[in-house]
Design a protein around this ligand. Structure first.
Ligand code: ADP
Ligand code: ADP
Length: 239
């Protein structure tokens, strides 16, 4: 049984713009999938569809065999807990410490009164340290987020996502604003989460060479349609 099973999914925005058109895609547990395509091809829409940041217009999505498209309330929160996400612009609270940013990724954090007052349990603090160790950022725990380089900020964003022990990590152009050296650090980190922790990773990228370097499988989108899907062994230079 696939971990993620996307069946005939289409997404039309309220504006009438087609984001996705009849997508069929199954992803197995432990895969490292890179989605490539030009700007506007539907890559972000696909990721936002998987974690229910928005609804589909048509079709169905199964995660671990269960249809998620009608999830509400508690079920939806449980689903989102399984899925970590990172973005091109990191989405950290710039003036907050690394520690606070990472702790904010904890399940239910925003709904507790303690969080309003900035109080964290020992367990949560230890979990944040562990997540920061995983991304090699533990020494920056008391730094302000905006004192860090882009690559360091993205690694903190990964640590924040790890606070919910995700089974799936979605990364939307995570290296688009980074230089080549920090790009490597972030992509290596995603690969390590995949290999070491068994997290299924889906990454949107513009770069085909990077996709070829890291992916188990490359998926191509064009104008909302899935136009390419091959395991890395079958990807040809000429493709
Ligand atoms: P990519 O991530 O590949 O650049 P997107 O998924 O962002 O592509 O966009 C796919 C298409 O959907 C584009 O035509 C884009 O303009 C449109 N689109 C994306 N987000 C929205 C939105 N929130 N509202 C309306 N149209 C959108
Ligand atoms: P990317 O291509 O990197 O995914 P975009 O610049 O297309 O990013 O989109 C940035 C934000 O603007 C997203 O939140 C997306 O939902 C929204 N957006 C993109 N295209 C449109 C659109 N045509 N109409 C409304 N919102 C859009």
């Amino acid at each position: 049984e696939p971990l993620i099973d996307i069946r005939n999914v289409s997404k039309v925005y309220d504006s009438g713009t087609v984001g996705l058109k009849n997508i069929n895609l199954t992803i197995k547990k432990g895969e490292f999938v890179v989605v490539v395509g030009l700007s506007g091809a539907g890559k972000s829409t696909l990721l936002r569809t998987i974690n229910r940041m928005h609804d589909v217009t048509d079709g169905d999505i199964l995660i671990e065999g269960k249809s998620i498209i009608h999830y509400k309330g508690k079920e939806l929160r449980k689903l989102r807990r399984k899925i970590g996400m990172i973005f091109q612009n990191f989405n950290l609270v710039k003036r907050s410490s690394v520690q606070r940013n990472v702790l904010s990724g904890r399940v239910g954090y925003y709904s507790t009164l303690k969080s309003v007052l900035g109080l964290f349990s020992k367990e949560d603090k230890q979990k944040a340290v562990d997540a920061l160790k995983q991304v090699k950022m533990a020494d920056k725990i008391y730094s302000r987020a905006d004192e860090l380089s882009g690559g360091q900020q993205q690694r903190v964003a990964i640590a924040r996502a790890l606070m919910q022990d995700p089974k799936i990590m979605l990364a939307d152009e995570p290296i688009a604003s980074l230089d080549p050296l920090t790009t490597k650090a972030v992509m290596d980190e995603l690969k390590e989460l995949n290999r070491k922790l068994g997290i299924t990773v889906i990454v949107n990228l513009h770069s085909v060479p990077l996709a070829m370097q890291y992916a188990d499988r490359i998926v191509g989108l064009r104008a909302g349609q899935l136009v390419y899907d091959k395991p890395i062994e079958e990807v040809q230079e000429a493709d």
